[in-house]
Write a protein that binds this ligand. Structure first.
Ligand SMILES: [Zn+2]
Length: 61
């Protein structure tokens, strides 16, 4: 299981034209923060973050 999830659809407009979000550092270098993506369709940048593991559902009576 990979640690970095790759989104297939924009969560805002549903488009599939997603790329890693690139930000320019103070020294001018371009970097892509982990889990950040941008949609070229609606021009939104967003991040994906795992919040934690869920407990396995238990059967309740
Ligand atoms: Zn979008």
């Amino acid at each position: 299981m990979s640690e970095r999830a790759v989104p297939y659809h924009c969560p805002y407009c549903g488009d599939v034209d997603l790329r890693p979000h690139e930000v320019a550092g103070e020294d001018g270098s371009i970097s892509s923060p982990p889990g950040t993506w941008e949609c070229r369709s609606c021009l939104r940048a967003f991040s994906l973050r795992m919040l934690g593991m869920l407990n396995r559902p238990t059967t309740r009576r």
